[in-house]
Write a protein of this length. Sequence first.
Length: 319
Amino acid sequence: MTQAPERKRHNEPAASKAQLFDYRQAANPVRPGLTDPIPYRSWGPELHEQGPTGVLPLDLSAELGVAGPATSPALAAHFIRIEAGEGVRAAAEVTSSLFFVLSGSGVCRVRPADGSSPRDAEIHWQQGDLFVLPAGGTPLLEASSTSVLYWVHDGPLLSYLGVSPSAARFEPTHYSAAWMQAELEELARQPGSVSSNRVSLLLANRDLPSTRTVTHVLWAMFGIVPAGATQAPHRHQSVALDLIINCHPGVYTLVGTELNSDGSIRNPRRIDWQSGGAFITPPGHWHSHVNESGEPAWLLPIQDAGLHTYLRSLDIRFA
Ligand SMILES: [Fe+2]
């Protein structure tokens, strides 16, 4: 900080918090202890395989220095385990909530907080389904068979901005497992897909045509990494909170900050996949999925790429 003589400051309360920094000391404040970088982290399925009904946040808020729970600066991911016949409320101030059903079945009920409807919206979910909910109400998730859901929302972004949502930007929207799986199989059968190492569907909403994302903030992809595939590296400025839906041992992601001259990732970290596990891909890091398991593997990355697309800051690049 520059040591300006105090007499040059205005002697009024509104000046008491004002600071001036030398540009070179403040131009990039992303460093440990200041604005902490987003770490590599993974979580295994043992977190949700047993135990009582409850919400299990994948919480890195202390490491990130933000209000919690938070898994990245803008997003919070959780596992929700619900015993058969029980229910849990997914309470958070958000503009977007995304739920993916890893196992089980049940119903989600939510009443619009703005009073636009006196009736609960109901989404009946089964294994493999995905649904998104906008701002308003507190969803009640009731399991008819013991269930595990992956829940991602943008509460940390709202908390950082110091705002409460004032409007729902889309309607509750349900993507059934049967529909997504049939569309993915159809895509895999297309001639161009045989040689492709990326067979994936991007989830979108008719009310959000410009971003082609699952909500105006969240982005979701339902994809297969075929047996034997080694994807060319790519990167983007959105954070990915990756959920592994199903895989056999031998599937992994390589991640790193730089490329070699042949386009491979320099000194990559290897993140091994686990069915029902999750991991973080930090923004701007090159990443490549590799499947040496001999069987196809299914993944569902959730990102804040709806927001980045709107800001024109996604900067997706392929090696
Ligand atoms: Fe990616």
